[in-house]
Design a binder for this molecule. Structure first.
Ligand SMILES: Cc1cc2nc3c(=O)[nH]c(=O)nc-3n(C[C@H](O)[C@H](O)[C@H](O)COP(=O)(O)O)c2cc1C
Length: 456
């Protein structure tokens, strides 16, 4: 057992010009061009300077669901760089930070995703992670030949098979199989290359992958589901789970649940890292932080907030006034967990619809906290030591300033308290978050994938 003090994992979840819907207008940062690579390069380099573990780029293959062109036109959703392309470029301008991108299993095929992430892992020298999502709405479905999105739990069945196929494809080439032996003229050892021949419910994939085994063996798998199906997928397959939690006791329950689910699948629960998303508004004094929060709220149009609330909880509230309390909400087909979290927040805090809408459009179901750097560090320390988190995914509200404030003002306090490292410990993302490099499944299970060889 290591005597080393447990330290937190820190990620940053970067949205275009900041996650706060008023963030792109916030005068301190000024509107940034979300198609400008230099913007993301500077953010990733700043995060690396702060020794953060992960730069995370979320994604959806379509616009978020916001009804009404006037509400939509107030957002910075006008465009977003495709995240795996972005990560390839970020890998070239950073050298230590982990780089994680969202890719959906509902609107992709495992072979191309295995290939893409294996390539990224080689390009970045082992710093890549994949946030496995199943997508949430019909807007994405309509871009891929469907009118509606596949049923929620079926999407998770597909995701499970998808991840298994990808993992086995990453194992196609055993470590050391490519020898490049100029003297003998043998470039690789064909006995160490395996064909998958997978035929499952959703996919038929022969393999082998035409990329060598990634430096990490398997790039880090991240998951962000909250439903029972989402949690089960994460507990079985993920190295890290991103989650939206807005209060300590719920976060502790979630943490405990995920660790015990991982154990239930025969895993060491320490190897599934639970990382809540958090938004911090940081000021030199409490009053300054509250003033910033108020200024940001002022920048959110009410129409956008109300539309977002309706989409997130999956209910039509057009007959309600912003001053009303939330009526009974019928259960929705997908995203039930997000709906439950929002309804609970409204009931627990006695929020009227207008207030709830602004809360939801700012943070979805995750936590937003304002305070001094010391207070933010206290918050992180409490959740980390109380068994609610293995670390945090800090989601800046406005960019670049809100990320810089966290790195320059909060990270040094966490370091001084011994809660966060002062330098990278390893070369790969797995090493930095304390995870073993996975064994190759073909080596462990010789019955799998030995015959026929692709060249027979
Ligand atoms: C922190 C966090 C980040 C997420 N990032 C994405 C994303 O980039 N793309 C996406 O389609 N869904 C994303 N999601 C949504 C989840 O994948 C998931 O659909 C949602 O939490 C609802 O859970 P369920 O799918 O188990 O019902 C994210 C969720 C959380 C909590």
């Amino acid at each position: 057992m290591s005597n080393q003090k447990r330290q937190m994992i820190l990620a940053t979840f970067i949205h275009n010009s900041g996650s706060h819907p008023g963030g792109w207008r916030y005068p301190q940062s000024g509107p940034v061009d979300q198609h400008d690579f230099g913007h993301y390069a500077r953010l990733a380099q700043k995060a690396e300077q702060g020794k953060l573990h992960v730069y995370f780029s979320g994604d959806s293959q379509g616009f978020p669901h916001i009804k009404g062109k006037d509400a939509f036109a107030t957002t910075d959703y006008a465009g977003k760089l495709e995240p795996t392309t972005l990560l390839a470029a970020l890998a070239a301008v950073t050298s230590q930070i982990g780089l994680v991108a969202t890719v959906s299993t509902t609107f992709n095929e495992p072979y191309s995703i295995a290939r893409r992430f294996a390539s990224l892992d080689h390009i970045s020298n082992g710093r890549i992670g994949w946030n496995v999502v199943t997508s949430t709405g019909s807007i994405e479905a309509r871009n891929f030949g469907f009118d509606e999105i596949m049923d929620h739990d079926r999407r998770y069945d597909r995701a499970e098979e998808f991840v298994n196929v990808v993992r086995n494809l990453w194992d196609s080439w055993e470590d050391g199989s490519i020898t490049r032996d100029a003297a003998s003229g043998r470039y690789f050892d064909p006995e160490m290359v395996h064909q998958l021949n997978h035929a499952g419910e959703f996919f038929k994939v022969a393999g082998p992958l035409n990329v060598a085994r990634p430096p990490q063996g398997h790039p880090v798998i991240v998951q962000a589901g909250g439903s029972p199906a989402g949690r089960a997928l994460a507990a079985r397959t993920a190295d890290m789970i991103f989650t939206a939690q807005n209060e300590l006791s719920g976060a502790k329950d979630f943490y405990k649940d995920m660790k015990s689910r991982a154990k239930g699948f025969g895993r060491n629960p320490d190897n599934l890292k639970v990382i809540p998303s958090v938004q911090f508004i940081i000021g030199g004094t409490e009053a300054e932080a509250s003033r910033k929060q108020e200024e940001l709220l002022e920048l959110i149009p009410e129409a956008l907030a109300l539309q977002t609330l309706q989409v997130q909880i999956g209910a039509d509230l057009s007959h309600c006034s912003p001053d009303d309390y939330l009526p009974e909400i019928p259960k929705t087909e997908g995203g039930q967990w997000v709906q439950d979290q929002i309804v609970k927040m409204a009931r627990d805090e006695n929020l009227r619809i207008g207030e709830l809408a602004k809360r939801v459009v700012v943070s979805r179901a995750s936590l937003i906290r304002s305070g001094t750097p010391e207070q933010i560090a206290d918050f992180c320390a409490e959740w980390f030591t109380e068994g609610a988190a293995d670390g945090f995914s800090v989601t800046p509200n406005y960019l670049p300033d809100n990320l810089e404030e966290f790195i320059d003002q909060v990270v040094p306090i966490l370091q001084k308290r011994g809660l966060f490292r002062t330098d990278y410990e390893g070369g790969t993302l797995r090493e930095n978050i304390g995870l073993e490099r996975p064994e190759n499944s073909f080596v462990n299970d010789p019955a799998l994938g030995c015959e026929p060889r692709i060249w027979q």
